[in-house]
Write a protein that binds this ligand. Structure first.
Ligand code: NDP
Length: 518
């Protein structure tokens, strides 16, 4: 059963003992069960994997209404978002991983143009890791763990998921949708997450969450030399240039800053606007934000649900108060809305005149709050955008695609979007990940599949061609390799031939080695 404990937390507990369903000591057991499933699944062909994942997609569609209702009930997010940003994201990632794993992970031939290695047959093999531990947050409680599980299973692994204790029911769906014990869910708080990282059978951890917990997970994993992918927080900048389509940029900012009540790792938190546009931009953003309906996620037309916990709202309030206390101007919001519900709602909030060293400009807010600052030229825009300890995403709003290409290179972020924001988490083929304090490693795409595999180099040699650097070491070998070095790697034909001629005796000696043993 799931028991309501404090303010908002839902904890699955054993009704007899009132202990969490997955006690830390049970996690190792779940991992070792998953290892049995993994050993079997590692032998599966790509055709079998595709068929199984196809059945999972069908199960998601069959249960779509229930899953979306669970997600909205646990998080308060609008039902539309439970479809677009959870179910749709999950399905797209699953289907891409299912159809692409075979192409990406099939054995890859390694070619040898070097004359002394030409007879070799090299291969890169991508083997499953075993059991992948997935630790996930509450903000996309179905889309994130499901996506990570789908990629891991497509790469031939089994998975143990630890959802956030704030959203256990959404997480539980992930286990229910995958057959053959390939995905297990362990429920509980941080201690259960730590047990998953520590469990002897966990081959790798894919962690999505805050920087603070990410550091803890990385150090626990480091003690065990266990690889970990870290998808951490963000402070995404949005750069609006003078030639941007203002209407689209405002609509993008509205959604980027306030969707999921601002609780999005790649949500827009800092907007930098070309100075001549700034006032018009802020006014229009405020006008439209005023029209966003706040309320119950179940009601169609609701744009903003509540924040996830009372603590989260208190943090947002603290950051806004700190900013206004330091001279920032509140252009909209900054208070609890007048809604007929007791939940942890907060108005969409726009701040201008925020100095760079103020906390709200540096720390992740994770609420419906955005700052807008003017910039003079492109260099200043880049400096402002890159002047953050985070580097998850960034967006550029312009009609000039040359500028967009240039900025994609200059911005220090894991993803850069033009005239759009965030969307690529929901596409299987776009690689996802952050720089700096937004974490390391990539998920999604061929890179996500590689990170869920062990790369093995395998060499097939018939054993008929002699190896010239084996014993005995004599003058002939030394001279021969002097000649070979220049002949193979020298600059220009003249130098290459010159090297061979100068060291011709050694080259002949090497030749004799080959022919005497053939
Ligand atoms: P947390 O770091 O608080 O929690 C993430 C997960 O880790 C939860 O399941 C949590 O369990 C678990 N956990 C807590 N303590 C430990 C521990 N000591 N060892 C192992 N696991 C532990 O993050 P939030 O859930 O608050 O998520 C919000 C954060 O996630 C934001 O910073 C956001 O930017 C980031 N995020 C990043 C994304 C990305 O792709 N880069 C995507 C989405 C979110 P429990 O909740 O039960 O305490």
């Amino acid at each position: 059963m799931v028991r309501k404990t404090e303010a908002r937390e839902l904890r699955p507990v054993n009704p007899a003992t009132l202990e969490p369903v997955s006690a830390p000591e049970e996690v190792a057991e779940a991992v070792s069960d998953a290892r049995l499933a993994a050993a079997h699944w590692a032998q599966s062909s790509f055709v079998e994997r595709r068929a199984l994942l196809g059945a999972v997609a069908a199960a998601v569609l069959d249960h779509a209404e229930e899953i979306a209702a669970t997600v909205t009930a646990e998080t308060g997010k609008p039902l539309v978002e439970s479809y677009t940003a959870e179910l749709f994201v999950a399905l797209d990632n699953l289907v891409w991983a299912a159809s692409s794993a075979g192409g990406v992970l099939r054995p890859e031939r390694v070619r040898y143009p070097q004359p002394h290695l030409r007879h070799k047959r090299g291969w890169l093999l991508y083997e499953p890791l075993g059991v992948v531990g997935v630790i996930s947050p509450w903000n996309f409680p179905f889309g994130i763990p499901f996506t990570q599980a789908a990629f891991a299973v497509a790469a031939g692994n089994a998975v143990v998921v630890k959802p956030s204790e704030l959203t256990p029911l959404s997480g539980a769906w992930v286990e229910r949708l995958f057959p053959n014990g390939l995905v297990r869910v362990v429920q509980g708080g941080g201690e259960v997450g730590e047990a998953l990282v520590r469990a002897p059978g966990t081959a790798k951890v894919v962690f999505t969450g805050s920087g603070e917990t990410g550091r803890r997970v990385a150090s626990l994993a480091g003690e065990r030399l266990r690889p970990v992918t870290l998808e951490l927080g963000g402070k995404d900048p949005m750069l609006v240039f003078e030639d941007a389509d203002l209407d689209r940029a405002v609509a993008g900012a509205l959604w980027g800053a306030f969707a999921n009540c601002g609780q999005v790792c790649s949500g827009v938190e800092r907007i930098y606007v070309a100075r001549p546009l700034q006032e018009a931009f802020v006014e229009e953003l405020a006008r439209r934000a005023r029209g966003l309906r706040i309320g119950r996620g179940e009601e169609l037309g609701t744009a903003l649900g509540p924040l996830i916990t009372e603590e989260q709202r208190a943090r947002v309030e603290e950051l806004v108060d700190d900013a206004t206390g330091r001279g920032a101007e509140l252009r909209l919001g900054g208070a609890r809305p007048d809604v007929d519900l007791p939940g942890w709602f907060y108005e969409p909030t726009i701040l201008t005149g925020v100095e760079r060293e103020v906390r709200i400009e540096r720390e992740e807010i994770f609420g419906p709050v955005v700052t807008v600052t003017a910039f003079g030229d492109e260099d200043e825009a880049v400096r402002l955008a890159n002047g953050s300890s985070f580097g998850l995403g960034a967006s550029v709003w312009t009609r000039d695609l040359d500028r967009a290409r240039r900025l994609a290179r200059r911005l220090d972020a894991g993803s850069v979007w033009t005239n759009d924001v965030s969307y690529s988490y929901g596409t299987g083929q776009a690689s996802w990940g952050g720089t700096k304090e937004s974490g390391y490693g990539r998920t999604h795409s061929k890179h996500g599949l590689y990170e869920l595999s062990r790369v093995k180099f395998a060499d097939l040699d018939r054993g008929r061609v002699p190896v010239p650097w084996w014993f005995p070491y004599d003058e002939g070998v030394l001279e021969g390799f002097r000649g070979m070095a220049g002949m193979l790697y020298g600059e220009g034909l003249g130098r290459r031939l010159g090297s061979a001629w100068r060291h011709r005796r050694g080259m002949l000696a090497l030749g004799r080695r080959y022919f005497s043993r053939l």
